[in-house]
Ligand binder design. Structure first.
Ligand code: AN0
Ligand code: CP
Length: 320
């Protein structure tokens, strides 16, 4: 495996889930695979879980790990070709990528949507330059439009907790004070549609996800109706994807607090588990009692980030 952005990169998801279970049972089983190999993790944005779990995953596989925070001590990078570099950016990505890749065997990149242009974000212009110019396997640690390590960890978690063969999984938009990317909902929807679950998503008008990730699936605009009979409730805020009105791309169109997941919402479900990728703003996205309930899976989900990353890096090591 040379790139990891989409579920198709893993191939058969059932096999990938079996591999995840095998690794969870013995996470050091493949420790000799990464001997004298180096994993470089590059962060253009903040992280708690991804930084720690991906580093741990590479260490599980016996790799050396280098972590670089671009915004803390590296040169400011220009990412557009053809720019006269007379501003505050000292180095171009076109030199930085081959230099960084000369020190490592596998590269993980975190580069959020910048909301400067829908086209730049939805063409994954930054991570695609890493794929094109590094000559190394590259995986997304949340790039402009996807967060596949999160969606894979979420799928592993659903597989572990489901009580029926084909559970009903409902992703609901929830309010947030700032504009957030669509990467988490895009990937979650894409992975759920590829998995053996009954998937529904619900959001206010204007928040429809890009067909690249949801195909022709339309949202249910009535949140309460969507939640009926849910086995898993996956909450997430996202900003306007600009599908119906490109001019609204990246905007906050609603802060409607009725969409916050509280116990009245959970009462509509089939005693559902609550999920969120974290970090979460309490009493904006979810009430204290729901996130603290025994049915909250936010901590097991985060723990499974180590497992999803171990599977992905293992696959990349195997194809070096
Ligand atoms: C980011 C997002 O919504 O994409 C990261 C989530 C894993 N969240 C925030 O910036 C709060
Ligand atoms: N869920 C997730 O990716 O968290 P971080 O942003 O803390 O890495």
């Amino acid at each position: 495996m040379n790139t990891f952005l989409y579920p198709s990169h893993l191939g058969d998801l059932k096999k990938a889930l079996e591999e995840a279970a095998e690794i969870k049972n013995d996470r050091y089983k493949y420790q000799s695979l990464g001997k004298n190999k180096t994993c470089l993790l590059i962060f253009f944005n903040n992280s708690l879980r991804t930084r720690l779990s991906t580093q741990k995953a590479a260490m599980n596989l016996g790799m050396n790990v280098i972590v670089l925070d671009i915004n803390q001590g590296a040169w400011k990078l220009e990412t557009e070709r053809g720019v006269v570099m007379d501003g505050d950016k000292s180095e171009h990505l076109l030199e930085a990528i081959p230099v960084m890749s000369s020190y490592c065997d596998i590269i993980g990149v975190r580069t959020f949507a910048r909301f400067e242009s829908r086209e730049a974000d939805y063409s994954e212009s930054i991570i695609n330059q890493f794929i094109k110019y590094s000559g190394k396997p590259v995986f997304s640690m949340e790039s402009a439009t996807v967060h596949p390590l999160q969606a894979f960890a979420d799928l592993i978690t659903i597989e572990e907790y489901k009580k029926t063969v084909r559970p009903k999984v409902v992703m609901t938009w929830a309010p947030h004070p700032k504009a957030l990317p669509q990467a988490v909902p895009n990937s979650f929807a894409q992975w759920m549609l590829a998995a053996d679950v009954d998937f529904v998503y619900t959001c206010p008008e204007g928040y429809e996800l890009d067909p690249q990730f949801v195909g022709d699936l339309q949202p249910e605009y009535d949140q309460r109706k969507a939640l009926e009979g849910a086995d898993f409730v996956y909450a997430k805020n996202w900003s306007c994807p600009g599908v119906t009105r490109p001019a609204d791309y990246g905007k906050v169109l609603s802060k409607d607090m009725d969409w916050m997941v509280d116990s009245a919402h959970m009462a509509l479900t089939n005693n559902a588990y609550f999920m969120h990728c974290l970090p979460v703003r309490r009493n904006m996205i979810v009430s204290d009692d729901v996130i603290e309930a025994p049915t909250s899976l936010v901590i097991p989900e985060a723990a499974n980030r180590e497992i999803s990353a171990t599977v992905v890096i293992k696959r990349m090591l195997e194809s070096l």
